[in-house]
Design a protein. Structure first.
Length: 497
């Protein structure tokens, strides 16, 4: 479906609104005004994303030509079930994280820096949305750089000086990843003379024997693996999530790697094509051991962490491994599992990082040893952490169970029972590292001389419990998540959603 009417500029507005809002947010020098403005902007993008997904489900993919220049000569924004699903996830997480952010930022960040922080947030949101909605390969790189540069800023403003080191490491590694992606796009252009992703898919299919094509795929895979933090190219992630401001950790943990996984899916299945990616180049054989190692090593390393945010960061490395495993199955069940886990992991990890941010707000510490007795003094916060942790483990009636069930079904259908065992083993390892936190919070008693810790304020608890509620609701009613994920998976495999 091609959008022509003046009322049908939603794809462009999805990106333009936060892009234009960022400098305006910076000019609002009062932190409360900058926060309110950024919440309004993010909420507007959420409404647009919902309308776009609803439209694609009813009428099929949407095509929007920027400036009236038709593709492939102009830049095309294209929305289908797959990226409409990702747009909704990113905007929803951004809006909830911003509602959470005001109290958290006021506690952690100098007030003079807050307008800059909110402006950087909107730029980061712009980059994520632009990468997701664009149908132009070079535009992917442009928006990738916008999101990356703003992410470096957001991380560097953390309350601990180590945030500067974490941001610099992310900058160096992220720049390498972006360079590899740009080289791949340049090689694609040299072969085809086009940057439109739909046009690339047609023209590249005629050049599969070219060494340039082989080199481009190698550069692209490594670049996207860095951005998605696929093991062993995840080294930027633990420190970035650990030392960023609490609300930034929530936002990035729930969105950044998810958009990178989306790009990996889009290029492998749509631009390069599943037939070439997995039959000709057998990329699934390269990705499969990386996914297995991510699940096992990420989980084992998480067990030995004494910083709760770093524990969650290494847990994210393991959860990304599950998404990679779903991709390697190259089946409807496997891809549905990947897309489901992409969405569900955002809900789980968002809630967990919100709970940790509330703990840091009251205790000023991220050490697991300092959580002693918080199950009694911060019951709502720790209950949110407990439920979200059970969801990550995969307890029935939570979202974690749903996506892991689909993944196990995909493995069984592919006659790879050993892979189903790896998935179950990853869940058992998750029990170990979450039990460390739960044991200290609920079963260890705080010294009578220790200062009294009060429950977190409602401004932190309400967004946290919205995500906790989503973990339970979408674990019971899967019509939206599983239904849309299956349609998107069918689209990737060349079917009609």
């Amino acid at each position: 479906m091609t959008l022509l009417g003046i009322d049908n500029h939603l794809p462009a507005l999805q990106v333009v609104i936060p892009l234009m809002g960022a400098p305006l947010c910076f000019l609002l020098r009062r932190p409360v005004l900058a926060w309110g403005f950024s919440v309004a902007i993010s909420s507007a993008t959420l409404i647009i994303a919902f309308l776009l997904l609803q439209t694609t489900l009813q009428t099929g993919p949407l095509s929007y030509a920027l400036g009236g220049w038709a593709a492939p000569w102009g830049i095309e924004y294209r929305v289908d079930t797959l990226n409409g699903y990702i747009l909704l996830l990113v905007t929803a997480i951004s809006t909830l994280s911003l509602l959470y952010a005001r109290t958290s930022f006021e506690h952690e960040i100098n007030s003079a820096q807050l307008p800059l922080l909110y402006a950087g947030w909107l730029l980061c949101l712009t980059g994520f949305l632009g990468m997701t909605i664009t149908g132009d390969a070079f535009n992917v790189f442009v928006f990738l750089e916008i999101s990356s540069l703003s992410s470096y800023l957001l991380i560097s403003l953390g309350p601990d000086r180590r945030s500067l080191t974490a941001a610099f490491r992310y900058l160096v590694i992220g720049t390498i990843g972006a360079t590899f992606i740009l080289i791949a796009i340049g090689l694609f252009y040299s072969m085809t003379g086009t940057l439109n992703m739909a046009d690339l898919a047609i023209l590249l299919s005629k050049n599969t024997e070219s060494r340039t094509f082989h080199a481009a795929i190698g550069f692209l895979l490594i670049g996207l693996a860095i951005k998605a933090a696929i093991f062993p190219l995840h080294l930027w992630l633990p420190n970035a999530y650990t030392w960023a401001p609490s609300a930034v950790s929530v936002f990035l943990a729930a969105t950044a790697t998810k958009v990178a996984i989306y790009l990996l899916l889009r290029f492998l299945f749509t631009v390069i094509g599943a037939e070439h990616s997995f039959n000709l180049f057998t990329l699934n054989q390269a990705l499969l051991p990386l996914g297995v190692l991510a699940v096992l090593i990420g989980s084992v390393v998480a067990i030995y962490q004494d910083n709760i945010k770093k524990l969650l960061a290494y847990s994210s490395v393991a959860q990304i491994g599950y998404m990679v495993l779903g991709i390697t199955l190259v089946s409807l069940s496997g891809l549905t599992a990947t897309l489901l886990h992409l969405f569900n992991h955002a809900l789980m990890k968002g809630a967990l990082f919100m709970a940790v941010g509330a703990i840091f707000y009251r205790t000023g510490s991220l050490r697991i040893a300092d959580l002693t007795g918080l199950g009694r003094t911060m019951p709502l916060t720790m209950a949110a952490f407990l439920i979200s942790g059970l969801s990550l483990i995969g307890l029935p009636l939570t979202v974690g169970f749903v996506s892991k069930w689909y993944l196990v079904v995909g493995a069984v259908e592919a006659n790879q029972m050993w892979l189903a065992i790896i998935i179950l083993l990853g869940s058992l390892l998750a029990i170990i590292y979450f039990w460390k936190v739960i044991e200290i919070a609920y079963f260890h008693h705080k010294s009578s001389e220790a200062p009294v810790v009060n429950e977190a304020p409602l401004s932190l608890l309400i967004p946290t419990w919205i995500l906790v509620g989503a973990n339970i609701y979408f674990g019971i009613d899967t019509r939206l998540t599983a239904g849309v994920a299956e349609k998107a998976a069918l689209l990737l495999l060349g079917g009609t959603p």
